[in-house]
Ligand binder design. Structure first.
Ligand code: PLP
Length: 419
């Protein structure tokens, strides 16, 4: 892999320089965006392999092109491993991204105009859960449920009333900005009550389910789980649809030929190796550590009397109300932390009065920092840097000194795949 990069230096200096710059950025800063991670080195190797060269429209044993002996083998490996890791009956490993994966589910199982009950976007739902600006938001009728921002709880009585009133064909849980776990049992009971298909979008926490640090929706009888493969799972960029056998044929047809052409077989190869690596005890320790680190970081903010949405965390992320805590909006908070080489992202908070590009909070997550080997004591140190920086966004001297301290600190934690 490193040789390939040297080879680029000779043939495309401009590209090589940008790549070097990104490597340095990843080394010298701390990545705390909850959806980001460092792929396993094996993933980088598989992505740059000869599977990049191959067209494989169709599925193993039923392809539209010849020469599929080895692509069939890797796709079967990926599918079988996915079923084993997530304890489910069927897996489609071809979605090119998380967004396409959710679109494939909606378009494959529903008719335009059908109702989907999903989490309110400002309470943590994802764009693909029917944001008005998304095509899916226009094509389907999304009805919303909310959580109580003080403790993150769902009002299941209200959700049941809404479900009975709106009769959704699909009930969707899962989130992009919510720091608690989900009561799958209560959710599934309501879906059964109204005869809705039950789906979890586990894009953020798929790796934590795989590592057995968080609950698996299939253990509660869910029909479908979708997950991106590049977030907590540490695989290639892409998506995966896991489901009961009774939905298998509709899902497969919806992904191909419904929505996509040829799958990216280099990504399928990389996913296959990811799904082997996540079965190791090493990965289970990693998943546990992600949660421990998240809790340790939350304690710093609790001690400094900052405002965390829901008051804490049960997963890999914190949502910090920066307006209430520090009197600055999420954009200023994100930019301040950028100055000290800490990467986070501005985030709308429940019922945010401010616009999405100047929202009232930031999200902070531990999957990437944990992949570099950081532990609870490192989180304490990091948390105090963050808290202090956000208290003094215009103290350039302090920010400059902290940036240097953080760059030094980072030398103790090699970036997977780079060293
Ligand atoms: C990240 C994410 C997606 C979309 O993934 P992309 O690969 O960015 O398209 C979908 N759903 C949820 C909940 C996510 O967090």
């Amino acid at each position: 892999m490193r040789e390939n990069i040297e080879f680029l230096m000779e043939n495309d200096g401009e590209l090589y320089e940008a790549m070097q710059g990104e490597e340095e950025r990843q080394r010298q800063g701390i990545e705390l965006i909850p959806s980001e991670n460092y792929a396993f080195p094996e993933v980088l190797a598989a992505l740059g392999s000869v599977f990049t060269n191959k067209y494989s429209e169709g599925y193993p044993g039923r392809r539209y092109y010849g020469g599929q002996e080895f692509t069939d083998r890797i796709e079967n490996l990926a599918r079988d491993r996915a079923k084993e890791v997530f304890r489910c009956e069927h897996a489609n490993v071809q979605p090119l991204s998380g967004s396409g994966m959710n679109q494939a589910v909606y378009l494959g199982l529903l008719e335009p105009g059908d109702t989907i009950l999903a989490m309110d976007l400002s309470h943590g739902g994802h764009l693909t859960h029917g944001a008005p600006v998304s095509h899916m938001g226009k094509l389907f009728n999304f009805v919303r449920y909310v959580t109580d921002p003080s403790d993150g709880s769902f009002d299941f009585d209200q959700i049941l009333r809404d479900a009975r009133k709106h009769k959704p064909k699909l009930m969707l849980c899962g989130y992009t900005s919510y720091p608690r776990d989900i009561d799958y049992k209560a959710f599934k009971t309501i879906a059964d009550d109204v005869g809705a298909i039950s789906m979890t979008d586990a894009s953020h926490f798929g790796g934590l389910v795989a590592g057995e640090a968080m609950a698996n929706p299939f253990d509660f009888g869910f029909d479908l789980v979708t997950t991106t493969t590049h977030k907590s799972l540490r695989g290639p960029r892409g998506g995966m649809i896991l489901c009961k056998e009774k939905f298998a044929s509709k899902i497969d047809k919806s992904v191909f030929p419904g929505l996509q052409g040829g799958p990216h077989m280099n990504a399928v190869a990389a996913l296959a190796v990811t799904l082997k690596l996540v079965q190791s005890s090493h990965f289970k320790d990693y998943a546990d550590q992600v949660l421990k680190n998240s809790k340790a970081l939350a304690e710093v903010f609790t001690e400094s009397e900052s405002t965390l949405i829901t008051g804490g965390t049960d997963n890999h992320m914190l949502v910090l109300d920066t307006v209430k805590s520090y009197g600055i909006d999420g954009k200023v908070a994100e930019e301040t932390l950028d100055e000290v080489n800490v990467t986070t992202n501005k985030q709308i908070i429940p019922d945010d009065p401010n616009p999405p590009l100047r929202p009232s909070g930031i999200r902070i997550g531990t999957p990437a920092a944990t992949a570099r080997g950081m532990k609870e004591s490192d989180m304490k140190q990091l948390g105090s840097w963050i808290d202090r920086s956000l208290r003094s966004p215009s103290d350039k001297k302090y920010l400059q000194r902290t940036r240097m301290e953080i760059t030094d600190f980072c030398r103790n934690f090699p970036v997977p795949g780079l060293e």
